[in-house]
Design a protein around this ligand. Structure first.
Ligand SMILES: Cc1cc2nc3c(=O)[nH]c(=O)nc-3n(C[C@H](O)[C@H](O)[C@H](O)COP(=O)(O)O)c2cc1C
Length: 219
């Protein structure tokens, strides 16, 4: 934390904070220690012992528990599509997506930092989100499997926005231009400005993903 921020949070003067950091105040008062500890999210014992693991952070969460927790939220299944530098279609299965803003119209998709599709989105600066129809679990698995020709025998076409879409297997698709991105941990939040698309027809049914299995909505 920067000294300015620490001074603000601890309600101490900046010069006081610099004196503490330089060691010019070797024996600070108890109230000062408490203020600094609170500002840093530590208790006084941790501050003086140098054990600086913040008190509000519990033991690290294991991956299996994280995925089990995340599986509680049912979602639709999308295939995010784009073109690479050679003009070839690229795409991956993605459930981490949602609407973001109406003015301007924005949506977001969260893509693994190592994703080849993410690299292609960065170069083309365009992508589409294809919302899969019920019963397309195999197609979803195919677009999540490395090393396959994912586009073999799949119906697709290029929209006037310049993105490939899987029109025959989707109940809707949205064409986007890359708006911005934010890397957080091992994924990147990719924000797209929605330029157009195809809305779902009445009665069309989506593919659902819940507790790591595909499902459909009951009428
Ligand atoms: C149901 C399901 C949902 C997935 N959701 C995401 C997701 O939201 N973001 C992501 O980056 N990968 C997700 N994946 C994994 C990618 O589809 C997979 O890693 C893919 O091989 C990446 O391809 P690429 O490197 O060619 O882009 C999901 C996979 C499945 C089966």
């Amino acid at each position: 934390m920067a000294p300015v921020e620490l001074a603000k949070r601890a309600e101490l003067s900046l010069s006081h904070v610099y004196q503490l950091l330089r060691g010019d105040r070797p024996d600070p008062r108890g109230t000062t220690l408490r203020k600094v500890a609170t500002a840093l999210g530590l208790n006084e014992a941790q501050l003086t012992s140098g054990d600086t693991e913040p008190t509000d952070v519990g033991p690290p969460l294991d991956r299996a528990t994280f995925f089990a927790l995340m599986s509680a939220f049912p979602s639709g299944v999308t295939i995010v599509t784009t073109v690479d530098e050679d003009g070839r279609p690229r795409g991956l299965t993605c459930t981490a997506t949602c609407s973001l803003s109406a003015e301007p119209p924005l949506l977001l998709v969260c893509l693994d930092n190592r994703s080849g599709t993410l690299a292609a989105v960065r170069s083309s600066r365009r992508f589409a989100v294809n919302y899969l129809l019920a019963g397309r679990g195999e197609l979803s698995n195919r677009f999540a499997t490395p090393g396959l020709d994912r586009w073999k025998d799949v119906a697709w076409r290029t929209t006037p926005h310049g993105v490939p879409v899987l029109h025959a297997d989707s109940l809707a698709f949205v064409a986007c231009r890359l708006h911005s991105e934010l890397t957080a941990g091992d994924h990147t939040v990719v924000v797209g400005r929605v330029e157009g698309g195809h809305a779902p027809a009445p009665g069309s049914q989506p593919l659902i993903y819940f507790r790591r299995a595909y499902a459909t909505l009951r009428a």
